[in-house]
Design a protein around this ligand. Structure first.
Ligand code: COA
Length: 260
């Protein structure tokens, strides 16, 4: 696959996706959102890929937000379309992938950049990362799910503090608040994420997909997450991976999962 704003590398069953617009601090324009959608879709349907790492190119930014130059003259109708299409194509899409996505936050993650990281299943930040939702400083609010996901991750009070003040927080605060799972030195960020991805890779892919679905169900008000869990749990028993996992345990050997 050819991309203008991304690079995609395959490393032993792990897809490394890097947003590559360094001259714009990897800001998400429409073309980049579309390419991310296409790349994530391709990775998710590739059975050899068991985990995805998402990062930004260069040392300065993960993603410094949605590309402000693209929407500065939008009206209410266009803004509604921008938000809806972006959420469908990238943010909700990422959160609902079957393959776990780890955001490796290597610098500024602002606005749409933090929203992208929050759509990932797991976040790790380098110590130089700065995170924020500064949209109110532009006269708008987060439109790619930030008002919802930030409150889910750090609680309502901290979310509104970040959103209303438009201030960035440091990586250490993000870790303390549960916005990121770990903080590393910049040079250790990708190795740390690769090591985590390899641990995920050793487990049953269909079970991981079922776990993502069941955990996500908790955040959809009209869905009963416990019911989703019952059905996802039961479906695991119909997979070859369940037979392999339980047999391997009883035979005292390492399981070899095929994702079937
Ligand atoms: N949209 C469009 N372009 C952006 C951008 C964004 N969200 N963030 C950065 N850029 C561009 C800048 O316009 C600049 O382009 P130029 O060289 O053609 O002028 C380039 O990226 C480098 O950014 P610059 O502002 O010069 O870097 P800096 O180190 O001085 O500041 C930031 C870094 C992240 C603090 C600053 O770029 C910023 O505040 N960005 C916007 C963050 C934001 O509000 N995001 C939410 C959008 S909804």
């Amino acid at each position: 696959m050819q991309f203008n704003n991304l690079t995609l590398q395959y490393k032993n069953g792990i897809g490394l996706l890097t947003v590559h617009r360094p001259e714009k601090l990897n800001a998400l324009n429409k073309a980049t959102i579309l390419e991310l959608h296409q790349a994530l879709k391709a990775l998710d349907s590739d059975k050899t890929v068991r985990a995805i790492i998402l990062t930004g190119s260069g040392e300065k930014a993960f993603v410094a937000g949605a590309d402000i130059s693209e929407f500065s003259d939008f009206d209410v109708h266009q803004a509604s379309q921008l938000s809806r299409e972006g959420q469908e194509l990238l943010f909700d899409f990422t959160e609902n992938l079957s393959t776990p996505v780890i955001a490796a936050i290597n610098g500024f993650a602002l606005g749409g950049g933090l929203e992208l990281a929050m759509s990932a299943h797991i976040r790790v930040a380098s110590s130089n990362a700065r995170m924020g939702l500064p949209e109110v400083s532009l006269g708008l609010i987060p439109g790619y799910g930030g008002t919802q996901r930030l409150a889910q991750l750090v609680g309502k009070g901290r979310a509104l503090q970040m959103i209303a003040s438009a201030q960035m927080i440091e990586a250490s605060t993000a870790e303390q608040w549960g916005l990121v799972n770990a903080v590393t030195d910049p040079e250790d960020l990708l190795p740390h994420c690769m090591s985590l991805a390899q641990k995920i890779q050793a487990n049953a892919p269909l079970a991981i997909a079922a776990a993502i679905k069941a955990v996500n169900a908790n955040y959809v008000p009209e869905i009963n997450g416990y019911e989703v869990e019952i059905s996802a749990f039961a479906n695991c028993f119909g997979t070859a991976d369940f037979k392999e996992g339980t047999s391997a345990f009883l035979e005292k050997r390492k399981a070899d999962f095929t994702g079937e």
